[in-house]
Design a protein around this ligand. Structure first.
Ligand code: ADP
Ligand code: MG
Length: 605
């Protein structure tokens, strides 16, 4: 073994720097924090090779005096605290006084800075922590710092960097969270001299979302807000609705007292709030701000201050979950705040009125949405004539006229436009066009009925019992779990060695192929037998209810009467999880008016 040696200070610094700064994104975070701490209102970032070659940050903050410019490169040089006693009340990002010295020790830095109202600034060239040149500078007030060739003197660390795209993605995330938490600052990001983002200061988080992503994401977000006055904790922010899903968590941001933090438990709580709203492997977008008294958190648990600890973590998690699920719930209550549709107000436009609404040369058969219309007359009972397939399409268009007149003054009401392709229910809302997948919605309604109150589901005795042929082994498997079938209102008993006789079934299953359900049940019993009893029953129950709901629900392609549509909307409104079917597919989708206007180039904003 080699003898123990005391490392030279320069080496210690390099090692320490490596701990704080692992990649360009970390350096950028530290530098932008310094700019924010300096009160900057404009922060511009220039990058080359995803920061590996160049990171340059220009701000219009307070700048530094000549003496401070030298000092800031020293270890533990900070203007932000004087002693450890100050640690409890830090409002600035930095306080360790380590970032600049660390970055300077592993790169080539040019620091140019000038205080407000000073004639002259200073420019320093630093190479691996050694000052090489000092020059007066006639720069604007603020600070301009260039970091070239990061890790040039730690090849091992440089080798460890990922390819540019990956490093850039990390930087983008940091850029995004700064933009989101500091709406009052104008941020710009250039990469290889190309402007990637330009985000002028704005008052609203929604605008930031539009600047960073697009109108479409913004129109699919919803505010969250919950305040626990006793605990002096508030949770606010924006989250995406059920129509947005991402493959990863990279667009979920948490801020505690406006400081970005990573915290797995917070993330889990947010995802719990989305239970059943998004497919299992998909993630939402969310910007959550937690405001909490400083003495209820500890920010000093992570060298880069990215992680924090709460004194009462469970409390915060449950607040987040509640805030999220409530906000999602309100979303569709608003969306489907019952389409009132009162018979007595309805007057039908006559054919000439209708046709005149379209150019006379219009070829209806060219319309992708509607089939040709032969008969425009429907009766006031709102029942679709069973024998006239084509009427349904006409009814759709007429309703638009009718309800427009009747409900114009009612706020937040949805107007049924009709059924599209016999698959989707179209509703007009204040802010767009809401499409409801009739099958997914009905599936969700039935699933909740089955899972919550199967006892209340009506059963019918079959006049002609159904005989299902299975293998002997399958019959045995099933016989040991007959209680399942009984729970679902399926009365069955063995009929022969390989046959089962079914005497009664729940009313919803009367048009459903029972043998499929039963075969599926057998395979689930076999698949999950190894689980403990509680999990086994729970899982199979969920699966069977989902399958029955799927089989019993109206299909895509089924024509619905207005009464049925109303019923469906009514029922959907009462379901707990109205955003997704039991398989995780969304039940509805709102096409925002702003998107439609954009498509038609009517968007002047
Ligand atoms: P910390 O932020 O923890 O104090 P840093 O090493 O990041 O430590 O910065 C050291 C000091 O340099 C800061 O306390 C601040 O006084 C000064 N400083 C750094 N960046 C800037 C900037 N962009 N504008 C003004 N002052 C700055
Ligand atoms: Mg700092």
């Amino acid at each position: 073994m080699q003898k123990i040696k005391i490392l030279p200070t320069s080496e210690i610094q390099k090692i320490a720097a490596g701990e704080v700064i692992e990649r360009p994104a970390n350096a950028i975070k530290e530098l932008v924090e310094n700019s924010i701490d300096a009160g900057a209102k404009n922060i511009t970032i220039y990058l080359e090779a995803a920061g590996k070659k160049l990171i340059r940050i220009i701000d219009d903050g307070c700048g530094m005096s000549k003496a401070d410019a030298y000092l800031c490169l020293e270890h533990h040089a900070t203007s932000k605290i004087n002693s450890v006693y100050d640690l409890n009340n830090i409002s600035t990002f930095g306080f360790r006084g380590e970032a600049l010295s660390s970055i300077a020790s592993i790169s080539k830095v040019k620091l140019t800075t000038k205080e407000k109202d000073k004639e002259e600034g200073i420019s320093l060239l630093i190479d691996a922590g050694q000052i090489k040149l000092e020059q007066p500078s006639s720069c604007l007030h603020g600070t301009d710092i260039e970091i070239r060739d990061i890790f040039f003197n730690i090849p091992a660390r440089f080798k460890f960097l990922k390819k540019n795209e990956t490093e850039f993605r990390q930087i983008l995330q940091i850029f995004q969270f700064f933009c989101i938490s500091h709406k009052d600052i104008h941020f710009k990001l250039f990469h290889e001299n190309k402007l990637i983002y330009n985000c002028p200061a704005t008052d609203t988080l929604s605008n930031r979302v539009i600047q960073l992503w697009d109108h479409n994401l913004e129109s699919n977000t919803k505010q969250v807000e919950i305040i626990d006055e006793k605990a002096k904790v508030s949770i606010t922010g924006l989250i995406s609705n059920h129509q947005v899903s991402r493959f990863n968590r990279s667009q979920i941001f948490f801020f505690v007292n406006n400081r970005y933090v990573k915290n797995q438990s917070l993330l889990k709580a947010l995802l719990k709030g989305y239970a059943n709203v998004l497919p299992k492997d998909k993630f939402p977008v969310g910007f959550i701000f937690i405001n909490i008294p400083q003495d209820l958190i500890d920010v000093n648990v992570h060298p880069r201050k990215e992680e924090i600890q709460f004194i009462h973590p469970g409390k915060i998690e449950s607040l987040i979950q509640t805030a999220v699920s409530k906000s999602l719930e309100n979303y569709l209550i608003e969306k489907i705040s019952k389409t009132t549709f009162e018979e007595k107000h309805i007057e039908f436009p006559n054919q000439s009125q209708f046709v005149a609404a379209f150019p006379t040369t219009f070829d209806f058969e060219q319309l992708p949405f509607f089939e040709p219309i032969e008969n425009n007359v429907i009766d006031n009972s709102l029942e679709l004539k069973e024998d006239s397939e084509k009427n349904s399409n006409y009814l759709d268009i007429q309703n638009e006229f009718i309800i427009n007149e009747d409900l114009n003054d009612k706020k937040n009401n949805y107007k049924i436009i009709g059924q599209f392709k016999n698959c989707y229910i179209l509703l007009e809302s204040d802010d767009g066009l809401l499409l409801i997948d009739q099958h997914a919605a009905h599936e969700r309604i039935l699933y909740e009925t089955f899972i919550n109150k199967f006892n209340e589901v009506a059963k019918v005795k079959l006049i002609f019992p159904i005989i299902i042929t299975l293998t002997k082994r399958n019959i045995e498997t099933l016989l040991s779990h007959l209680e399942f079938l009984k729970n679902y209102g399926i009365e069955a008993e063995p009929f022969s060695e390989n046959q089962l006789i079914i005497q009664s079934i729940p009313v919803h299953l009367k048009d459903v192929k029972l043998d499929e359900i039963i075969n599926q049940l057998i395979s689930w019993i076999e698949e999950y037998q190894h689980l403990d009893k509680v999990d086994f029953f729970k899982l199979i129950n969920e699966k069977v209810c989902a399958q029955m709901a799927c089989k019993a629900a109206v299909k895509s392609g089924d024509k619905l009467s207005i009464d049925q549509i109303n019923q469906l909307l009514d029922d959907l409104q009462k379901t707990e999880n109205r955003f997704a079917c039991p398989h995780g597919r969304p039940t509805s989708w709102n096409l925002a008016l702003s998107e439609i206007e954009k498509k038609f180039k009517r968007d002047y904003r």
